[in-house]
Design a binder for this molecule. Structure first.
Ligand SMILES: NC(=O)C1=CN([C@@H]2O[C@H](COP(=O)(O)OP(=O)(O)OC[C@H]3O[C@@H](n4cnc5c(N)ncnc54)[C@H](OP(=O)(O)O)[C@@H]3O)[C@@H](O)[C@H]2O)C=CC1
Ligand SMILES: O=C(O)CCC(=O)C(=O)O
Length: 488
């Protein structure tokens, strides 16, 4: 076991300085591939620390919003360069902290750099429209102003991309930020904030306070000086954040769970559908809100699809994501592993049939990690818990249907509506899917995961607060519109 002395302790970042929490307490961030390895210690902060961060963010807001948007964008370019110079180190930390494989972690870090550059460019784009007034001698137009101080609450599954896709637009549109990363991945978050620091942002513009969600996350939701909150995470916590924000009139944006379907039509390219189901469902150990979870297959091709899918899934190499040749890492934490195993048990008890996986892998190399074998169920019906609730693990549920109409009805038969895909070569099927599927991301002959930073991202139904993140859509959350009427 590593000890406190061997391992670096990461501090909060408040007003441009790295400071310990007033509690003088830290918590250990553990490697899910080897629970005996401590990746770092992070501050277990209290409301007093949050209050300090909010106060300096409020103070910094006046001068930050007065900078021109292109000047704010220049800072984002510098942050992007600082992260780019540390891609390998940041990606390795991510893999050690939450388990995704190193190539995936690198891909995510590169994506973070691209998001920063995209929003740096947004600083050069128009923010308003001229609208014809009924008064021919007046000029009417819209302008936009920042919200003020924005609270950013993020999960552990994309510890670089999600914080950046929230903080970059917040900053370029003139807000200051108080960031609370998931405690699980707070070391990776600290490294990202080191890059913000390196870029020389004015003091107080970005602040990071680590600590328990129930203390710091709740504190952000309730804080009277936080004007907007952007959250990604679980359905239950998201609803609580939204209710607290609404109660005090703050703006909020929530991205929550998914129970994403893929439909495999009788006319599909079966090999393509198999590849995409595996990639969409099992990459990142199934821990994506966009992960494929329900695989709805037409009866004509069901057996062929199933056989090919099971054969390929059995080839997946599970292990420490830092090692070459490993395709799937561990679950991010012991509690996440237990959640996944308990859903597998529920599936078995409900009468679904296990085709592969469904247990912890055996062998000395797995003993100290939070591993679960990639798992496929069949004989799943839409009313089962494993077909309704977000599992957030490497579990696929096969549902056999008689027709495309039934496939669509099953696909929509859940409370969530984030992402959905169909594999078909029939244009009629594609068009009905585009029109009738209840999902914010609609994917044809492509896996359910895989978000592009320049396009709007968000869900329907219980998956989001119905706002959209990323691309130019981000301006809608991070600014308020002013309608200006000028008469000479
Ligand atoms: N849609 C998605 O992208 C994600 C969905 N999930 C789902 O959520 C489940 C649980 O994962 P988990 O990480 O615990 O997700 P949570 O929703 O608990 O955590 C997300 C963020 O919210 C914080 N938080 C926790 N409690 C509160 C609170 N009362 N008020 C404000 N913020 C709070 C967390 O802090 P802290 O980590 O310090 O507790 C974290 O920063 C997963 O099994 C999965 O189903 C999880 C992650 C991402
Ligand atoms: O699929 C992606 O790239 C993004 C997924 C995501 O936002 C999430 O899992 O929280």
């Amino acid at each position: 076991m590593t000890t406190l002395a061997d391992v670096k302790t990461y501090l909060n970042y408040i007003n441009g300085s790295w400071v310990p929490s007033t509690t003088e307490q830290v918590s250990a961030s553990i490697n899910p591939a080897n629970k005996n390895e401590i990746v770092g210690y992070v501050q277990t902060s209290d409301i007093e620390d949050l209050d300090k961060a909010v106060a300096v963010a409020k103070q910094a807001q006046g001068s930050w919003r007065k900078l021109s948007a292109p000047a704010r964008g220049e800072f984002l370019f510098k942050i992007a360069n600082a992260i780019e110079a540390r891609i390998d180190e940041i990606a390795e930390t991510m893999t050690k902290e939450m388990g995704k494989t190193l190539p995936e972690a690198k891909g995510e870090t590169v994506r973070g750099v691209a998001i920063l550059r995209y929003y740096a460019g947004e600083g050069m784009r128009k923010v308003g429209d001229v609208i014809p007034s009924t008064d021919s001698e007046a000029l009417m137009f819209t302008s936009r102003v920042p919200l003020g101080v924005v609270g950013v609450i993020t999960p552990w599954n994309f510890p670089v991309a999600i914080p950046i896709w929230k903080m970059a637009p917040a900053l370029v549109y003139g807000n200051t930020v108080v960031f609370k990363p998931a405690q699980e991945t707070a070391v990776t978050a600290a490294k990202i904030i080191e890059c913000f620091d390196e870029a020389g942002l004015p003091n107080g513009v970005v602040n990071m306070v680590t600590g328990k969600g129930t203390v710091i996350g709740q504190g952000i939701s309730d804080h009277p000086d936080i004007n907007g909150i952007t959250f990604t995470g679980s359905d239950s916590v998201g609803k609580r954040v939204g209710q607290a924000a609404l109660a005090r009139g703050a703006k909020y944006q929530l991205e929550m769970g998914g129970k994403n379907p893929v439909i495999v039509a009788a006319d599909a390219d079966i090999d393509l559908a198999v590849e995409a189901t595996i990639s969409g469902g099992l990459r990142s150990t199934g821990q994506k809100c966009t992960a494929t979870s329900r695989v709805i297959v037409q009866k004509e091709i069901y057996d062929e699809f199933k056989e090919k899918l099971v054969a390929k899934v059995k080839e997946i190499t599970v292990g420490d994501g830092l090692h070459e040749g490993i395709w799937m890492g561990p679950c991010a934490s012991e509690s996440q592993q237990n959640i996944v195993l308990s859903y597998i048990e529920k599936g078995i008890n409900e009468g679904a049939t296990v085709l592969c996986g469904a247990k912890k892998p055996e062998g000395p190399e797995f003993e100290d990690g939070f591993y679960v074998e990639p798992t496929i169920f069949e004989d799943v019906t839409s009313n089962m818990i494993i077909a309704q609730e977000e599992i957030f693990g490497p579990v696929l549920a096969l549902i056999k249907v008689d027709s495309i109409e039934e496939a669509l009805q099953v696909a929509n038969d859940v409370q969530f509506g984030l992402s959905a895909s169909i594999f078909t070569t029939n244009i009629g099927n594609m068009l009905s899917f585009i029109n009738d599927i209840e999902a914010g991301l609609v994917r044809i002959n492509a896996e359910s995961a895989g978000v592009e930073l320049q396009a709007p991202f968000g869900g329907m139904k219980q998956s989001s607060s119905h706002s959209r993140e990323q691309g130019q859509a981000a301006i809608e959350f991070f600014t308020s519109i002013k309608t200006v009427f000028v008469k000479g």
